[in-house]
Design a protein around this ligand. Sequence first.
Ligand code: ADP
Length: 506
Amino acid sequence: MAASILLALDQGTTSTRAILFDSDGTARASAQVELPQIFPQPGWVEHDPEEIWRATVSVMRRALANAKVTARDIAAIGITNQRETTILWDRESGKPIHNALVWQDRRTADWCRAMAKKVGDEELGKRTGLLFDAYFSGSKIAWLLDNVAGAREAAEKGRLAFGTVDSFLLWRLTGGKVHATDATNASRTMLFNLKTQAWDETLLKAFKIPRSLLPEVRDSADDYGEADAAHAGAAIPIRGIAGDQHAATVGQACFEPGMIKSTYGTGCFVVLNTGTKLVRSKNRLLSTLAYRLKGKPTFAIEGSIFVSGATIQWLRDRLKLIASAGESSAHAMRVASTGGVYLVPAFTGLGAPWWDPDARAALIGLTRDSGISEIVRAGLEAVAYQTRDLMVAMKEDGAKLAALRVDGGMAVNDWVMQFLADQLAIPVERPVVTETTALGAAYLAGLGAGVFASTEEIAKRWKRERLFEPQAEPRQRDALYAGWQDAVRRVRSSTPRGPTPRGPKR
Ligand code: ADP
């Protein structure tokens, strides 16, 4: 029988996972390693690429052992990854020249301010769908070239390679044979032109980034060569790659225009499929790719919130108000409301639609009645209000939203999902498999390997576990949201960069 098991390598911000899926989308076995975070200075976040590589090989082997299968039973590997995180390595030795600069790293904020003046947010947006923010890889490549001794010279001689984590892993898995990435990962670099679906020469010149650094861009389901037999006992074809949020969009089977998913992990990422149409947001949401198959791009609008589940970690680890994330819902249910308390989790600035790197978090509206339960509930409610901010912006951009598909670690919280449905006033749907990122990578690999003939076959496999219907009374939901908007106004820095967005109206 032909091999039909799909192996997803999910290299995330806080962990590296391997999950084996059967072709019906059921997880068979998995293995996971936590990824140490390196904080050299406030606002700087790094990962050790060698650690990422060792973890990847280790989880791959362990997942195979846990499932009691061998590399020969695997039809294909799909890779999904934390996006934007930037690695430069030496093509000769294969060694990284510096730690990976992680997407959350803010060290390039000044570079972005300078480039926003030189190139302009509007011009960058027209070409890449993005806006100038330290979040994206281009600024991180420029920092490495400017700050690692000898890097620029080596790059100009063609001796260095750039990759997001997918590219680096692909290079290592294929023993340096393939230097490629997929179009979704490319779309997060500030260097990839969404219209031409190619690296943008004008931007490369403006940013002084040599073309020779860049990987070849392929479809999200494509032939990426083979993982060497040395890693898992036999060679395995690599047939799918996508950035984590794009893989989750595939895992959630959001294949039709208007379909929308939201992933609640450390941060929160809402992706709206806009089909073959490249829609530019008027409300500072990003245009990006949902995925690219058979050379045909499917576009998306994305709202990125940097902190959602991380608020709950902060309540647990720093304030020590709860012992576990799971305890948060008991607190929320213990009180009828927060009594006017709002927690705006701008710990690392505000993402979409505000893009205010200088804003900082705040707890607002405390009275002497406010206790632990009110504060924890405010932390949970913030997730729903932030999602509503994005939905309001998407609606203003013309989207008609029927239902929201949710996943990620925080989506297990029933209380939050109900409050979310109430705030959004649309049904919230939670699938049976909430590991949608890994599942999406497996599906892409399955498409690339011919296990599936089409996205319709994948869509048939999506199953709902629970539906949350909106129940809140409109006046009450809007009054709560008005309080949130007021709280956001108070935390925003007085001098936000670039044109002031109108921001979501009620
Ligand atoms: P990531 O992939 O970004 O590391 P996960 O998808 O694993 O994140 O989700 C983990 C996040 O979900 C953590 O930030 C945690 O605080 C949050 N979380 C987990 N369980 C719950 C829960 N029951 N209620 C609220 N938040 C939760």
